[in-house]
Ligand binder design. Structure first.
Ligand SMILES: [Zn+2]
Length: 132
C-alpha cells in the first residue's frame, strides 16, 4: 500500500519543481527506484496515473530501477549489490527486508559485514520535462 503514499510524495515534489522551473505543464517525469527499496513499479505507476492532476495531468511517468552501491565501513571498498549472485531465498529476504542485507552481505575485499548503502536506497526524481 505504501506505493500510494509514495505516489503522493512524488507528485507533490514534481509539482514543486514544476513551479520552480515555471513549467505550465509537465510532460514527463523520470523516477528512480533503488534496488533495495520495496516498491512495485506497476503499482506505483497505477497510483501515479490515478492521482495526477493540475500541471501533471498529462505527464508520463518513467520508472526505472537503480543499482545499489555498498560501501565497506572498515576498508572503504565500494561494490555493487548483485542479488543475482545470491541464492534465491537470500535475495528475496533482502528484497523484502533490506536490513537483512547486513547478515548476508560481506565486503569482497576484507570480509567485513559492516557496510553502508551508498546509493540505491529510496526513491527520487531523476528528471522532469515540460513546457513553459
Ligand atoms: Zn572492507
Amino acid at each position: 500500500m505504501h506505493e500510494w503514499a509514495l505516489a503522493e510524495a512524488i507528485l507533490a515534489s514534481a509539482k514543486q519543481i514544476a513551479a520552480k522551473e515555471q513549467l505550465k505543464e509537465v510532460t514527463e517525469v523520470t523516477i528512480k527506484v533503488g534496488e533495495l527499496q520495496q516498491v512495485e513499479p506497476p503499482i506505483l505507476r497505477f497510483a501515479l496515473s490515478q492521482m495526477k492532476a493540475g500541471v501533471l495531468k498529462d505527464a508520463k511517468f518513467r520508472i526505472s530501477k537503480a543499482k545499489s552501491t555498498l560501501k565497506c565501513r572498515v576498508c572503504g571498498t565500494t561494490w555493487q549489490f548483485n542479488p543475482k549472485k545470491m541464492d534465491k531465498t537470500t535475495a528475496e529476504a533482502i528484497h523484502f527486508v533490506p536490513e537483512v542485507a547486513h547478515s548476508y552481505v560481506k565486503c569482497p575485499k576484507c570480509g567485513s559485514p559492516d557496510f553502508e548503502i551508498a546509493s540505491g536506497r529510496g526513491v527520487w526524481l531523476a528528471d522532469i520535462k515540460g513546457a513553459r
